[in-house]
Design a binder for this molecule. Structure first.
Ligand SMILES: C[S@@+](CC[C@H](N)C(=O)[O-])C[C@H]1O[C@@H](n2cnc3c(N)ncnc32)[C@H](O)[C@@H]1O
Length: 414
């Protein structure tokens, strides 16, 4: 460990201040470009001890749990950065990722996230001898920081933190840490527990009794199995009600979901037959079905079942077919894709490389690529442009406020 004074040169992709020393980059969390700071240095990591020059872009964080202290929550990494440079940083993550693959398409302004929009958060939970810890892990550690507030989570979640705690306490029958994903749905909170030790019958009954005394809980599931469901947890995909499968994926904010869906629908235009790949429970497919026939493909059986049920119950949709399929191992082939006028794909962070290789050979006229990882998106788009597709537009979208994650929608045509 050594002490030195450095001036931060730029913000890295993980939100850390970076200074390039003679022996490589030094990463300084919570320091901003232009700031001169004294750091305790440990290898290529610096901890700020004092600041002599403060950036004009530095602002007071909104949340009491944010910061470099040992008891601070690691959920957010950029609350100390003013709005304009924060938005520029997020957009630049997409610009840089595409540029690293030689792509320089038209990239729009960032769709900005606002506080209290996140309708889905995953808490870390652990019972200690003294208390129940429910919150987020401290940065780069397994220590759980219990939270009393959260400026990113929706009011529907934050206002029910006490309820969530009571329920988490009933589920925490051992000292083992576990995770609780809370989704605010139209009919109440959906709570999905993962990593819990199996509960005895008496413990399960105690949780059910607890839920029945509490208000605002739609469902509690453990490892995908429903324990109690006073209400079916409903989401609305463009006017089509969908029962969210236990622990199933949904976009983190309603605002980002609607913006992404609007971009995708506008791009599809008059397409008559559309394939929605990595379709989840139908975020895009059910909206597209208002104007075109849709074939939705997804590997999660519960998600595809939820989509299918929702499509069957809905009025006024064009035909929707569903297929459970692992698109990494068995992508839709170029031959299978030829019947579609347009394809939407929205894969997990790993991207859709194998599927995109088939798409590149398919000749499908319009493609909308939705992604939460600019690096894999860039790789996949490069495969498509090499096959003659043109990127008409890329829209960077923030739905993970004050984190270094950014979503993007890329619209392509041939
Ligand atoms: C980012 S989510 C998008 C879901 C949906 N488009 C939405 O907006 O709600 C990615 C989806 O891909 C699915 N998935 C993950 N791996 C897959 C695979 N190998 N084949 C097919 N689907 C997969 C996940 O279950 C998840 O529903």
């Amino acid at each position: 460990m050594s002490t030195e004074t450095v001036t931060i040169q730029r913000l890295g992709a993980q939100g850390h201040g970076i200074v390039h020393g003679t022996d490589g980059p030094i990463y300084v969390p919570f320091a901003l470009p232009g700031e001169t700071v004294a750091i305790a240095r440990n290898g290529n990591h610096g901890t700020v001890m004092s600041t002599t020059t403060t950036s004009p872009d530095r602002i007071a964080p909104l949340c009491r749990h944010f910061g470099p202290d040992s008891d601070a929550c690691g959920g957010c990494s950029l609350q100390h950065l003013a709005d304009a440079p924060y938005h520029a940083f997020k957009r630049q993550l997409v610009v840089d990722a595409l540029k690293s693959r030689g792509l320089e398409p038209e990239i729009g302004d960032l769709l900005q996230a606002k506080p209290h929009q996140r309708r889905r958060v995953t808490f870390s939970v652990r019972r200690t001898e003294k208390e129940l810890l429910l919150g987020f892990n401290r940065g780069e550690s397994h220590t759980i920081i219990s939270i009393a507030e959260c400026p990113i989570a929706s009011d529907g979640i934050v206002s029910r933190l006490q309820t969530i705690r009571r329920l988490a306490a009933a589920l925490s029958v051992t000292a083992q840490p576990w995770r609780l994903t809370v989704t605010e749905t139209l009919t109440g909170l959906d709570l999905a527990a993962e990593g819990l030790k199996a509960l005895s019958d008496a413990e399960r009954r105690a949780v059910v009794d607890c839920v029945l005394q509490l208000k605002g809980i739609a469902r509690v599931s453990i490892a995908g199995d429903i324990l109690v469901e006073p209400q079916k947890p409903l989401l609305d995909f463009g006017g089509v009600p969908v029962v969210l499968p236990p622990g199933g994926f949904t976009q983190a904010t309603r605002e980002a979901e609607e913006a992404m869906a609007a971009l995708v629908l506008a791009h599809l235009g008059k397409a008559k037959r559309v394939a929605d790949l990595f379709a989840g429970a139908g975020t895009f497919a059910l909206r597209i079905a208002r104007q075109a026939k849709v074939h939705a493909v997804e590997s999660d059986p519960k998600a595809i079942e939820a989509l299918d049920q929702a499509a069957r119950r809905a009025q006024g949709l064009k035909p929707v077919t569903v297929e459970r399929r692992d698109l990494f191992r068995r992508p839709l082939t170029a031959q299978e894709l030829k019947v579609y006028d347009a394809v939407v794909f929205d894969p997990p962070r790993a991207g859709a490389e194998e599927q995109v290789k088939e798409l590149a050979r398919s000749g499908v006229k319009k493609i909308a690529a939705v992604s939460c990882n600019p690096l894999t998106l860039a790789r996949d788009l490069a495969l498509l442009t090499a096959a003659g597709y043109r990127i008409a537009h890329v829209a960077p979208i923030d739905q993970f406020l004050w984190s270094t994650h950014v979503e993007a929608v890329a619209l392509l045509e041939k």
